[in-house]
Design a protein. Structure first.
Lengths: 419, 419
């Protein structure tokens, strides 16, 4: 499949872009000799890379607005966990379809997802054409029976993942150090190395996690993971808020990657912001994520970029920290690199994951700086066209079957509440 | 002019709403005998009050993305003030038109604006049909000549404001205690009382302002204003971040109103968040504003509501603070009451300032709670129809002449940079 984009604006100049075999094949002011399966007119549009969502729980769209403004433990035990216990693969499929639709409509081309009933999410992402890293929620609570079940489930899922759409990669998802045993983490370490898999894990989201780790293991979380041998360039540590500088130096040493979720961190009041400047000083690769809809409550990475840049300025008391271009970089090329994807940039040879932006919108005028406008003024609604692996997933803000997807999610939410 | 809204959803029930003479005249499941100048089908839409933007500098849309991520003083002196010195009424008109368009498209029905060349803003708001409180930027820098000029200008503007559109109210706009002399503030106090005008003023945005006030006057800013006699229910104090509890008790005593600008406060790194819980404890009426596009960089009050609720949770380390319904209230009925407007609620007799929300959008599904979805998930793009004073300003996301307005603002920004 090949696609020729005409009249699009790249860095202020009108160009044509030829996409073939899922990659950006040619870029030039004009490409007269190129014959493509489809020619798409992008007049009035700026072309930019798509956004990479580094942390989500896609099917939690079903819980959007179901419970907010609550104390964390009460929220989990009385509202979220009781509903999650009732989920099945079909409900997850409908929730994840809604999530994929929302992401496509707000310019996200990839998401890294930790959730139950992974195959439901895989089916949704596969059908809708998004790129994703998918993993089960691995929790054993120090219980040997649960540990064995997790090993079985993940081993089977890994085998099954070979039948998933080729844009989907299987990842291991140990939930956190306080929900997975040392034995469980050691298994993850070995299985990931054996099968060359990434590991996606919550790390130091709250102060309690750090204090409990010190009490239980006599070590801060990063040192604890170092002792187990889980630190490596396979590890994608999400949240990473309550880290001290020594821990960040250890993450640098092992080339661990981190993902910041500013909206969720603020909504759940985790008490501290992501130590962005320290990560930059240490050269740790940092991306951005939305987290799930129960704690955000949307999946709009444009909003997440703005929250990220502004939260850094506010908490460091320095308006120069994390300028727009850095937030943009976190959501694009950094996000891609964290997951081993050769995307997030508009250049020949890169993955053809890109967006056409409708620059005629009032919130993008007068247009002094596109990157500033995208980070500080835009919402996902500025995206006119979303392209993943060279395939158009949204044309002029229309995604095929969107009414049916929204209706399906509404019905799934009603069914869930009635169970 | 009268308008009959059919098939709209109010608090989960389908109703018809009859708007006449700028007010909500009738609400009922059906209104069979009513004959209106226009019947508007709101099938699939929820009706909610419009949003009241408590603090803006509308024409600064021309500076959107022109200078970001800079230290405050450098930003003002090297980027903003040099351009502002070149503005004229026509440039302000074009900037304010873009602002009005952006506000209408994101569900704002009213804005309270402090800026140069007020008549440009009045013309824009009048033509586009928004409600507004408008004021000049009153700055005398302790200079008697400037003081006399400010008095002349404001006296003349007040007289001219009687020719403004009737939805526009003239307000006095002393910039701040550090830019207006004591004599200037005393004049504002007397002129406002004589002509029954509101006063719109920046207050305690930064720590520097407080420290300088103590050094110069031996008083914190609120005590200084109390001594001058500027505190009354006429005063709308914006930002109000660096206040102690004693100052808040004084504001309560004089029934001063306050407006929080969370996005601007975070972007400019003012170092402290609005003391929301104290204002609530003292019963001080608090609204929300976007501030200008140079420090936000958009005018989307949906985004501002989310930033407000999340910033409170994050800074108080308590996820229960400022639940969605309270942020919603700040942006609607509180905003209206601050400016003496009988709006912000859908009820008979209230101002016909309302929005139809497109609930079919993915980010509003599955729809457990409309107010949560509007505050935590929506952007202004969920607004399908904006109605001010019973007149439809946006129909199914189309505003009359929008392309010309955007083009006009682009041309104005180019002209400004070339001056």
């Amino acid at each position: 499949m090949s696609l020729l984009l005409k009249n699009v604006c790249l860095d202020g100049k009108s160009v044509e872009i030829y996409l073939a075999d899922g990659r950006i094949a040619k870029i030039a002011p004009e490409l007269p000799g190129v014959a493509a399966d489809e020619v798409y007119d992008g007049r009035g549009m700026a072309v930019v890379p798509g956004l990479y969502n580094g942390h989500s729980h896609a099917a939690m769209t079903l819980f959007r607005g179901y419970a907010d403004d609550m104390e964390l433990y009460q929220w989990l035990t009385t509202r979220i966990w009781p509903l999650e216990a009732k989920l099945d693969e079909d409900l997850v499929y409908h929730g994840a379809r809604l999530a994929c639709l929302e992401m496509i409509k707000s310019g996200t081309v990839f998401f890294n997802d930790m959730y139950w009933h992974v195959k439901g999410t895989a089916r949704a992402a596969g059908e809708l054409g998004l790129r994703a890293a998918l993993n089960a929620v691995m929790i054993d609570l120090n219980d040997p029976k649960r540990f064995r079940k997790q090993v079985e489930d993940n081993t089977r899922l890994y085998a099954e993942s070979r039948t998933f759409d080729k844009r989907l990669q299987f990842v291991l998802g140990p939930h956190a150090i306080y929900t997975v045993s040392e034995k469980g983490l050691a298994w993850v370490r070995d299985f990931a190395a054996e099968h060359d898999l990434l590991i996606h894990m919550h790390l130091s989201e709250t102060e309690k996690e750090v204090v409990d780790c010190i009490n239980e293991h006599g070590l801060r979380p990063v040192a604890y993971l170092e002792r187990i041998g889980l630190l490596s360039e396979r590890l994608v540590a999400v949240h990473a808020a309550w880290l001290d500088e020594e821990e960040i130096a250890i993450l640098e040493k092992y080339r661990v990657k981190v993902v910041h979720n500013p909206v969720s961190n603020m909504k759940l009041a985790v008490g501290r912001s992501f130590p962005y400047c320290h990560f930059v000083d240490h050269g740790v690769l940092a991306g951005l994520g939305t987290d799930g809809c129960a704690s955000n409550n949307n999946l709009d990475m444009f909003e997440t970029m703005k929250f990220s840049a502004l939260l850094q300025k506010f908490t460091t008391n320095d308006p120069t920290v994390q300028p727009a271009a850095e937030a943009w970089r976190m959501a694009t090329v950094n996000g891609a690199r964290i997951f081993g994807l050769d995307g997030g940039e508009i250049a020949c040879g890169k993955l053809a994951d890109l967006l056409l932006i409708d620059t005629s919108r009032p919130e993008l005028a007068p247009g002094h700086s596109l990157v500033s406008d995208l980070v500080y003024s835009a919402s996902g609604a500025v995206v006119d066209t979303t392209i993943v692996a060279g395939r158009i997933l949204m044309r002029h803000r229309r995604v095929e079957g969107e009414e049916e997807i929204v209706a399906g999610a509404r019905a799934a939410a009603r069914r869930l509440l009635s169970l």
